[in-house]
Design a protein around this ligand. Structure first.
Ligand code: TRP
Ligand code: SF4
Length: 323
C-alpha cells in the first residue's frame, strides 16, 4: 500500500468548504492507502502564537468532525502534530538546506505576510515544517488543494536533494490535487471561517435554515416575480452540489415564478438531509471527548513508530550517530 499524508490546521469546527475540499476526499482514500492525517497545531502557532489557549478545544472539535465525517481510526492514523516531536527535528535538519529566497518567493508567504503583517522566523519556516510532516512518513501522495501545490513541490525538492547528498532516504512525494467546486459562503465569497460566512457541519438544522435565509442571491432580484439568473446566484451553486434535482429550480427562477424563499427552502431540505448522518454521529461524539482524545493518542502512537524509524535513518545517513 502506498502512503498518504495530509494535514489541517486546528481551526475548530469544520464547515462545508473544509468538508468538500478535504475531509470527504480523505474518507474516500482511507481504504486504499496507508494514511496519516495530522492536525497541525504547530502550524497554527506560526500565525497565531499569542492565542494558544484555544488550541485544545479547536483540536477536539476537529477530531469530532473528522470522525463524524467518516474517518475510521482503524484505517488511518489521525494525530496531533506536536505529539510526534520528531517532526520538529526533521524541520530543523531540512532548514539547513533551504535558502531564505526559496521561502520568501512563495505566494502563500507573500500574501499572508502582507495580510497579517507577519515577519517571524517560524512563519518563514512554515513550508519547511510542512515538508517535514510529509517526508517523515515517506509519503507517496499528498492530497491538497491547488493553493498548497508549491509547498509539496518544495517537499519533493528537499527529498531529492537530501537523497542525493546523504543517500536514498525519502520517497519523492507527489501532489494529489483535490478537485472540488469552490463552496460559496453566505455572502457569495469563498466559504471561510475568517469571513464568518460559513455553515458548519455542527450547525443544527434550524441554524442552517436561518443562515440560508440570509444568503446572497441574484442582486437584481428584488421581489418575487422578477426574473432571476441562477448562473450567477450562489444559492444555485449550492443547489448544484446538494440538490440532485437542481435543474428543477432553473426555469422557475428564470421566469420569476419561484421566489428565492422557496428556492432556499428546497436547498435547506437537501442540505439538512445530506448532513443528518454526520450530525447524528457528531452528537454522540460530543458526549465522549475522552474517546476522541484516545483516538488521537492512538494515532500519534502509530505515527510515532514510523517517524522514529525514519529519523533513525536520517541521523545515520546524515552522519549524526556518534557512538
Ligand atoms: N499548509 C496546509 C494548509 O494550510 C496544512 C498542512 C500542514 C499540510 N502540514 C501539511 C497539508 C502536510 C498537507 C501535508 O492547508
Ligand atoms: Fe437564486 Fe434561487 Fe433566487 Fe433564483 S430563485 S435567484 S436560484 S435563490
Amino acid at each position: 500500500m502506498k502512503t498518504i499524508l495530509s494535514g489541517m490546521q486546528p481551526t475548530g469546527q469544520l464547515h462545508l468548504g473544509n468538508y468538500e475540499g478535504a475531509l470527504k476526499n480523505w474518507v474516500d482514500l482511507q481504504d486504499s492507502y496507508e494514511m496519516y492525517l495530522c492536525i497541525v497545531d504547530w502550524h497554527a502557532l506560526t500565525a497565531d502564537y499569542e492565542n494558544s489557549s484555544e488550541l485544545k478545544s479547536r483540536v477536539l472539535e476537529m477530531g469530532i468532525d473528522f470522525l463524524a465525517g467518516g474517518l475510521d481510526p482503524d484505517k488511518c492514523a489521525i494525530f496531533i502534530q506536536s505529539e510526534v516531536r520528531e517532526h520538529a527535528e526533521l524541520h530543523l535538519l531540512l532548514s539547513m538546506m533551504t535558502t531564505v529566497p526559496t521561502l520568501t518567493r512563495l505566494p502563500t508567504y507573500v500574501e499572508k505576510k502582507a495580510e497579517k503583517g507577519l515577519d517571524t522566523y517560524g512563519f518563514l519556516g512554515y513550508p519547511v515544517l510542512q515538508a517535514a510532516d510529509i517526508l517523515i512518513y515517506s509519503a507517496h501522495f499528498v492530497p491538497v488543494g491547488k493553493d498548497q501545490e508549491k509547498h509539496i513541490w518544495l517537499a519533493k525538492d528537499l527529498a531529492i536533494r537530501f537523497n542525493k547528498l546523504y543517500g536514498q532516504t525519502f520517497n519523492e512525494p507527489e501532489v494529489l490535487l483535490t478537485k472540488f467546486p469552490t463552496i460559496p459562503g453566505l455572502d457569495g465569497r469563498k466559504m471561510s471561517k475568517s469571513l464568518n460566512n460559513h455553515i458548519a457541519l455542527a450547525d443544527s438544522e434550524e441554524a442552517t435554515a436561518k443562515k440560508l435565509k440570509r444568503m446572497f442571491t441574484d442582486p437584481q432580484r428584488l421581489r418575487k416575480g422578477d426574473p432571476g439568473r441562477p448562473e450567477i446566484c450562489p444559492v444555485y451553486l449550492l443547489h448544484q452540489i446538494y440538490n440532485p434535482d437542481h435543474e428543477e429550480v432553473v426555469a422557475p427562477c428564470k421566469s420569476g415564478a419561484m421566489g428565492c424563499v422557496d428556492c432556499k427552502g428546497k436547498l435547506t431540505e437537501c442540505l439538512n438531509q445530506k448532513l443528518a448522518p454526520m450530525r447524528e454521529r457528531r452528537k454522540k461524539l460530543v458526549e465522549k471527548p475522552d474517546y476522541v482524545f484516545d483516538v488521537l493518542k492512538d494515532g500519534a502512537g502509530k505515527a510515532r513508530l514510523k517517524a522514529q524509524a525514519t529519523m533513525e535513518e536520517v541521523r545515520k545517513n546524515m552522519n549524526l550517530v556518534y557512538y
